[in-house]
Design a protein around this ligand. Structure first.
Ligand SMILES: NC(=O)c1ccc[n+]([C@@H]2O[C@H](COP(=O)([O-])OP(=O)(O)OC[C@H]3O[C@@H](n4cnc5c(N)ncnc54)[C@H](OP(=O)(O)O)[C@@H]3O)[C@@H](O)[C@H]2O)c1
Length: 265
């Protein structure tokens, strides 16, 4: 595989970093020159990562091309490039449909959508792939879990999960702030929350057949303090409002109107 990237930003940097930390990391990488600083930094760090003079040079030298520009400029950038029939194009632009991308990269015949997350830099997390593709799965499988889906609407629904990361940290920050207000030292509060939530995050994987609500109930002793918080938040429609926000994100993603996806949004 000769791997090229059109768009060298946060996500490309994370993928290349994850790739080059893997045991079998011999895939040579050619980066488009923007962002200049990120591309130069990666090329400096890894001997088989180079920066091409322009986007077309990436295509001309590579068989697999990952598209990692922001959705707003994707049409302009891609329509100016000459793709080959034998290019395998992997679009990371979650909000543009596979059909739209396929039209922009014609005559390339193999077009796959993939949704990795920035934690791929540490070879953690999961990449959603649609439609299933052996080579794309093998590539991302070295960098974390791969979830292949046939149905684009399932891909869109799964991608809504990535809109919840900031709320998750806001939730932890609420607990942190509350602890500080109640006299707990900043670092101690942070350490306690980070350790406890890391352990909680392990629970679904260690008990894959246990539903999330079953896990919740394991902690929600009748009349206990966990039950109290769930009951009070439920009564205030906090969870219903959260689900409504997910509906809104899905509408935005499905309409292709989201300015960008993922945690940095
Ligand atoms: N970050 C995430 O967590 C995440 C997760 C899933 C999917 N995605 C998707 O992945 C794509 C990239 O996201 P990102 O977070 O990596 O965005 P980003 O950090 O903004 O990177 C985009 C890169 O594209 C470059 N660029 C601008 N114009 C270009 C051109 N004409 N030709 C080539 N490159 C050009 C930019 O360079 P300059 O800095 O020089 O403008 C920038 O480095 C987006 O479509 C996003 O929706 C991102």
């Amino acid at each position: 595989m000769k791997l090229g990237f059109i768009g060298t930003g946060a996500l490309t940097s994370a993928i290349v970093t994850g790739l080059k930390s893997a045991a079998d990391n011999s895939v040579p990488v050619l980066l488009s020159p923007r962002n200049e600083e990120i591309a130069a930094g990666l090329a400096l760090r890894y001997p088989d990562v180079r920066v091409a003079p322009d986007n077309q040079a990436v295509l001309d030298s590579c068989d697999t091309v990952m598209l990692a520009v922001r959705p707003q400029i994707a049409r302009d950038v891609l329509s100016g490039l000459q793709f080959r029939r034998d290019h395998h194009v992997v679009s990371l632009i979650a909000t543009l449909s596979r059909e739209e991308i396929a039209a922009l990269v014609a005559p390339a015949e193999q077009v796959t959508k993939a949704l990795p997350m920035p934690m791929i830099a540490h070879r953690q997390g999961a990449t959603i792939i649609c439609p299933p593709n052996r080579r794309t799965s093998a590539f991302f499988g070295r960098l974390g879990k791969v979830i292949e889906v046939e149905d684009p609407s399932e891909f869109d629904a799964l991608s809504v999960v990535t809109a919840t990361f900031a709320s998750y940290f806001k939730y932890l920050d609420t607990i942190h702030g509350w602890l500080k207000e109640h006299g707990v030292a900043d670092a101690r509060a942070h350490d306690y929350i980070a350790t406890i939530f890391k352990a909680l995050a392990n629970a679904p994987e260690t008990a894959p057949d246990t539903g999330f609500m079953d896990l919740a109930e394991d902690y929600a002793t009748r009349g206990g303090i966990n039950e109290q918080v769930v009951r009070e938040l439920t009564a205030r429609n906090v969870f219903a409002a959260f689900a409504e926000s997910l509906d809104g994100v899905l509408r935005r993603i499905s309409a292709g109107a989201a300015p960008r996806t993922g945690p940095p949004s």
